[in-house]
Ligand binder design. Structure first.
Ligand SMILES: [Zn+2]
Length: 298
């Protein structure tokens, strides 16, 4: 536990970001760079960004927290699994490698875990005892905050993106019918592309704009995504009795289009416990993972 600033690092598929964060969750300085190829190169960049951010903030940090893409072993600090886009990342000693480079104690977690810690410490579910986090990005990530602490299991607890029961489409993992095939940014793009003949490749942001402009296909794929998220919320509520779910990630930008479908699903089939579950949009935006990682370092 430390009262001074700590550093948070967000290691993603396209960029790595480090920030110096106060005990109140304020970002004093940050630095960003493209993600290089290979585990050692990624750690080199992460360490350099921590150094740059601390130099800009003109403070010393007592510890570093990392939220990294992939499954991270909470005990060994090693990367256990990651998508194919991360070359040479699986098997990297994330905690040991970054501690050696920075000379600081390092705490590691999955990026969606860090996102949820950020939202639970300073964001949309601040002060809430138990909550689940769902990140609707390129894929779908999930995380659990139970009784005031992150619940990690063997490193992949709450990873609902690859939960079955959502139709028959092939998932990025090779299996079929996972939540991710309906609710990720990539699946929204794919499903819209299938619905619109000769439409070319249309990005999620454009689909969102078309839905607002009255395009029925665009509205339908986003409503399907929302309904799928609603079903996932019901599973989380049934299994864990969490009272709150926070939804973030790039696709959450379409919140006004997703939320009615999520809510309709919850009204159709309210949790049998009788306990209402409240679904909120994330409020920390792109900062959630770095500030959550910095909180984890405390
Ligand atoms: Zn899958």
């Amino acid at each position: 536990m430390t009262g001074g600033p700590t550093a948070g690092v967000d290691i993603g598929g396209t960029k790595i970001r480090a920030a110096v964060v106060t005990a109140d969750g304020a970002v004093l300085a940050s630095a960003t760079a493209p993600t290089p190829s290979g585990g050692a190169a990624m750690l080199d960049v992460a360490a350099e960004l921590v150094e740059r951010a601390t130099a800009t903030a003109r403070v010393r940090v007592a510890a570093v927290g990392v939220g990294a893409a992939g499954v991270v072993d909470p005990v060994t600090g090693e990367v256990l699994a990651a998508s194919d886009s991360f070359v040479g990342w699986v098997g990297t000693d994330l905690r040991g490698g970054l501690a050696a480079r920075t000379g600081l104690p390092v705490t590691v977690a999955n990026d969606v875990d860090a996102f949820l810690v950020g939202e639970a410490t300073w964001g949309a579910v601040r002060g809430v005892r138990s909550a689940a986090g769902i990140a609707l990005g390129t894929g779908v990530g999930g995380a659990l905050w139970l009784d005031g602490a992150l619940y990690r299991g063997a490193g992949a607890a709450g990873e609902i993106g690859h939960m079955p029961g959502f139709g028959d489409a092939r998932c990025t993992c090779g299996q079929r019918g996972h939540l991710e095939t309906l609710a990720s940014g990539r699946s929204v793009e794919r499903r819209y592309g299938e619905a619109v003949v000769a439409g070319g490749v249309v990005g999620a942001a454009e689909i969102e704009a078309r839905a607002r402009a009255g395009d029925a296909d665009a509205a339908r794929v986003l409503a399907d995504a929302g309904r799928a998220v609603g079903s996932a919320v019901l599973v989380l509520a049934a299994l864990l009795d969490v009272g709150h779910v926070v939804v973030g990630g790039g696709l959450a930008h379409a919140w006004d289009l997703l939320e009615p479908a999520i809510r309709a699903r919850l009204v159709d089939e309210p949790p049998v416990s009788g306990h209402p579950v409240e679904v909120r949009r994330a409020v920390l935006g792109g900062d959630a993972t770095v500030v959550g990682a910095a909180a984890l370092a405390r």
